[in-house]
Design a protein around this ligand. Structure first.
Ligand code: GMT
Length: 378
């Protein structure tokens, strides 16, 4: 019997891969009998019902007019310290070095207890904030003072050493998805509802439409595909690039072929009617949406950027293309969509890869083993 651990988890609770991973990890650890305490500014969006062994503690920030900026980080650290003491937590697992690791270190000192700190790096804290010299020392401090640091890909580990140069070992622990949710299901009614013809291929892109996601490249690649193959593009998500993308779709005269679906909850149903996923980002430490799509048997075309080549097996479960090489991306897509047997092989290889290299139980166990090693070391 596993010794039950009391674990605090802090993440950004709104939509985003890091929040998804933190929440799914918490839920699976709770299923394994551990007691999980989420500490965040709002209820993580995947914590949408009662879960046994899972508790939620909200961080409240007072808006005193005397403060120019509300002191969120201090409020978070205070809440962490309160929960550490009251619930007698064994460890805090925080997602993102800035501000969460730094808050955890402060909370550890405030609580006076020997609570351990595990920090997972997800990307933006390194690949965006890491370029800001005013934050480098704080990020390095957060990493070096954590007891264990993990990153979601090997590529993110090397970028962390290049940009931050911490004196700390960083373990790669890949992301995972819940295979009970992400699997191909019978969703053909959706095709009819969206007015998609039986002979049309479906290409999907899911993101937060930030400029780094290069959604314009997705649209341009799709335009080339649709010149040769009857197809529809599902754009799922919303964000700052939306207006520009809408304009481009109109300019290219493909408005009748592009469906803007906005933010969606049950993306697994959309993957289940899709034939191909495009993830053409210029920064991506992992690319969780590629994993979700692959689990539903959808091969992916991704860019040779960050952790994407660690997720998509080039020539087996999809293709890796150079950033911005729309010609190559569309050629690869057309080839795959025009050859049903090859597409089927890629689809099966995608599912196999998720159930092997990225299997949820294996990855959750990796985290559990890291926690245990810490608690045993005293
Ligand atoms: O990609 C985003 O803009 C969201 C960001 C987040 O904080 O959730 O995603 C990052 O973490 C995910 C989970 O580990 C990774 O799958 C994404 O690749 C990573 N995003 C970037 O590196 C840009």
């Amino acid at each position: 019997m596993n010794k039950k651990m009391k674990i605090g988890i802090t993440c950004y609770p709104t939509v985003g891969g890091s929040g998804v991973i933190a929440t799914e990890l918490g839920k699976m650890l709770a299923e394994n009998g551990h007691e999980i305490h989420f500490i965040s500014s709002s209820l993580p969006f995947r914590l949408n019902r009662m879960y046994h062994n899972v508790y939620y503690h909200q961080v409240e920030v007072n808006q005193y007019s005397v403060f120019q900026y509300p002191p969120y980080d201090i409020a978070l650290a205070s809440k962490m310290a309160e929960v550490i003491n009251r619930e007698e937590l064994d460890l805090l697992h925080v997602h993102y070095a800035i501000p969460h690791a730094v808050c955890a270190i402060l909370a550890q000192q405030m609580s006076g207890r020997d609570v351990k700190i595990v920090t997972t790096l997800h990307g933006t804290d390194i690949t965006v904030l890491g370029y800001d010299p005013s934050l480098t020392d704080a990020i390095r401090f957060g990493i070096e003072k954590s007891d264990i640091v993990t990153a979601v890909s090997k590529s993110l580990i090397s970028q962390t050493y290049d940009l931050i140069n911490p004196d700390k070992k960083i373990d790669a622990v890949y992301n995972f998805i819940d295979e009970r949710v992400y699997k191909r299901s019978e969703s053909s009614h959706l095709k009819e509802e969206y007015g998609i013809l039986p002979e049309e291929k479906i290409i999907i892109h899911v993101s937060n439409f930030r400029p780094v996601k290069r959604v314009q490249d997705v649209v341009r690649t799709f335009e080339k595909i649709t010149k040769r193959i009857p197809a529809k593009l599902l754009l799922v998500g919303d964000g700052p690039e939306m207006m520009v993308v809408c304009k481009l779709v109109k300019k290219l005269n493909i408005a009748d072929k592009v469906l803007f679906l906005g933010k969606q909850d049950s993306v697994e149903e959309l993957y289940s009617i899709s034939d191909l996923m495009l993830l053409l980002s210029e920064k991506e430490s992992f690319g969780l949406v590629a994993l979700e799509a692959m689990a539903c048997g959808v091969p992916c075309i991704g860019t040779n950027v960050g952790g994407i080549p660690e997720v998509i097996d080039h020539g087996q479960s999809g293709y890796i293309c150079e950033l911005g090489d729309i010609e190559d991306m569309s050629e690869k897509a057309i080839d795959l969509l025009q050859h049903p047997q090859k597409h089927q092989q890629f689809s099966e290889a995608s599912v196999k890869l998720v159930r092997g290299k990225f299997q949820a139980t294996t990855i959750v166990k990796q985290y559990e083993d890291l926690y245990k090693s810490l608690l045993q070391s005293g």
